[in-house]
Design a protein around this ligand. Structure first.
Ligand code: AMP
Ligand code: MG
Length: 402
């Protein structure tokens, strides 16, 4: 059996280099740039007013002394003349500063009467002006490669005049459930039947990292049927195949055999983690194959801990993990075993409003209701002697981040 870190390392070495594709800005949310984004122009492209008011020459303004109003500069339509000595120009937010002006006085500090304007206060030179290039200049690196594009980043890319962005292509995923006892949600349950739930958590957990997710449904514990379904996925050209169930070495656990028969090179099939010990990983050409355990918590947790980081790298993220999050424990953790434990936890605020995490005392890996209640996985390291309340533990947040 190998450690979680060793498993991640082995998976990461198999990640194909992401390929680029162009997508319209409106579809680029959460996609990842493969190259830094450079500004195509200078912003603002001209000196502009930051206020509604009057453009003036700062040195000439004397409070109370009338100044001649020579014209107007609107956003989108500048004052075309040259502002002469002793003149001012009506100006609006975002409008180009007239030639000859060096400050803007906001309208609240002025009184206009016909074409005469009186200012209440002398301005500082440069006052209320947004200088050309104040935001960015042509060629500036605006965004780094390797990060998920946020709404604010897309706003910036638009302002830098990009209609499309070159981002990493996303893989095509296929998800398959296997087990003779499984029936789809909504079925009338026969004796000994279980509702197949795994794919309904796995797909939304991972779909933002996928171009397309093919749900291969439920396949019987039958070698031929499994072979057919999995081969279909390979022939279709999926980049990542996830199976759940049938992954151990029970009499009717065929996944490992079938994968080998179909030419999958299995790298490992057991990991020192809890939940989720039986977890297969292998490759077939460029396709990554994960044989997840059948127990719903094990399937979900292994997908969170091992598959999602792999998909993050495949989709161009520089960091396979989310930023480190440490939170104080609200209750003692008992000593752990040799496997790294990903324990369900509930985030809450203590009496003084600080975030803390309360372990959920449920270790059954079939217990879906406690996973639904959890909003984090608490990571208890291998061979941990127990962790007292108040200590900071690392968590993987479950529902706050994509
Ligand atoms: P297995 O790995 O096939 O031995 O399955 C382990 C446990 O997980 C059994 O109790 C299965 O009934 C259950 N199980 C397997 N696949 C699913 C699934 N897709 N949804 C819910 N439970 C499942
Ligand atoms: Mg089974």
């Amino acid at each position: 059996m190998i450690s979680v870190d060793e498993a991640l390392d082995r998976i990461f070495t198999r990640i194909p280099t992401p390929l680029p594709e162009s997508v319209p800005l409106a579809r680029a949310h959460k996609r990842v740039l493969l190259n830094p984004l450079l500004a195509k122009h200078t912003q603002p492209p001209f000196d502009a007013s930051a206020m509604d008011g009057y453009a003036v020459r700062a040195a000439e303004v004397v409070p109370g002394k009338p100044v001649f109003l020579a014209g107007t500069s609107q956003a989108g339509q500048r004052f075309t003349g040259m502002m002469q000595s002793g003149e001012c120009v009506r100006i609006f937010t975002g409008a180009p500063l007239p030639i000859g002006a060096d400050a803007v006085i906001m309208q609240e500090q002025a009184t206009a009467d016909g074409n005469q304007v009186v200012f209440h206060k002398a301005p500082r030179p440069g006052q209320s002006i947004r200088r050309k290039g104040n935001d960015f200049t042509e060629g500036t690196e605006l965004l780094p490669a390797g990060m998920s594009l946020t709404p604010a980043m897309l706003n910036l890319a638009a302002s830098a005049n990009y209609a499309e962005l070159e981002v990493a292509k996303r893989p095509r995923l296929a998800v398959l459930a296997t087990g003779d006892e499984l029936v789809p949600p909504g079925s009338t349950l026969g004796p000994d039947q279980i509702v197949a739930s795994n794919s309904y958590g796995l797909i939304p957990l991972l779909s933002s990292y996928a171009e397309k997710v093919v749900d291969l449904g439920i396949v019987r514990d039958d070698k031929k049927a499994l072979e057919q379904s999995i081969l279909g996925a390979f022939d279709y050209g999926v980049d990542v195949l996830l199976t759940s169930g049938g992954a151990s070495v029970g009499e009717r656990d065929y996944v490992q055999d079938v994968l080998r028969d179909l030419g999958v090179r299995l790298d490992f099939w057991k990991i020192l983690m809890r939940p989720g010990k039986p977890l297969m990983f292998g490759t077939r050409g460029k396709t990554l194959v994960f044989g997840l355990p059948g127990n719903p918590i094990s399937a979900f947790v292994t997908a969170t801990v091992l598959v999602r980081p792999a998909l993050r790298l495949m989709t161009g993220h520089t960091d396979p993990f989310f930023p480190f999050m440490g939170v104080p424990l609200a209750a003692d953790l008992p000593p752990g075993g040799e496997r790294r434990h990903f324990m369900r936890g509930k985030l809450n605020r203590n009496e003084i409003g600080f975030l803390e995490v309360t372990p959920i005392a449920e270790t059954d890996s079939n217990h879906s209701s406690s996973l639904a209640r959890a909003d984090a996985l608490i990571i208890q390291p291998e061979d941990s002697p127990g962790i007292p309340a108040g200590e900071i533990v690392e968590i993987i947040p479950l529902n706050m981040l994509g």
